[in-house]
Design a binder for this molecule. Structure first.
Ligand SMILES: [Cu+2]
Length: 150
């Protein structure tokens, strides 16, 4: 009787662990590994006008995103279309390239509005570029987020 009750407890505990991990997996997939230590968190708004900083100013060659060398950064792209815009039905996916590598974010759209790219920032003077790799309204404005390492 004792053994049976003990086993039941073990089975319940195992089932619970399994259920918990099932719930956690989609979150792990949805963004960068949460366990990864990040020094800098940057949010970039994305809409048909381009990549925007937190104040709503468009990033470009004249308004570059500056990142401190040697740190780890998580860039989070946030879907920022107006609900009244045709572009509200769009999906974006951002690629960052430079310094000999490239990385893609997950896709993001109205039902999944955030996607991140985490990377180790290179040496001073290195430059990266981010752009949307999907056909979307405003794609001509989503082709040149310049990232400068300072
Ligand atoms: Cu796009």
């Amino acid at each position: 009787m004792m053994t049976y009750r003990f086993l039941k407890g073990v089975v319940a505990a195992t089932a619970l662990t399994f259920a918990t991990s099932l719930v956690q997996i989609p979150f792990a997939w949805a963004s960068s590994p949460p366990s990864q230590n990040v020094d800098v968190e940057i949010t970039v708004r994305v809409n048909q006008k381009g990549f925007l900083d937190q104040k709503g100013k468009v990033y470009g060659p004249k308004n570059t995103l500056k990142l401190p060398h040697g740190k780890t950064v998580r860039l989070t792209f946030v879907f920022d279309e107006e609900m009244t815009s045709l572009a509200y039905g769009d999906t974006h996916q951002v690629e960052i390239t430079g310094d000999g590598w490239e990385k893609e974010s997950e896709k993001f759209w109205m039902f999944s509005q955030k996607a991140s790219i985490t990377f180790q920032i290179g040496e001073k003077g290195v430059q990266y570029r981010a752009f949307c790799i999907l056909d979307c309204i405003g794609m001509e404005h989503l082709n040149n987020l310049v990232i400068q390492v300072v």
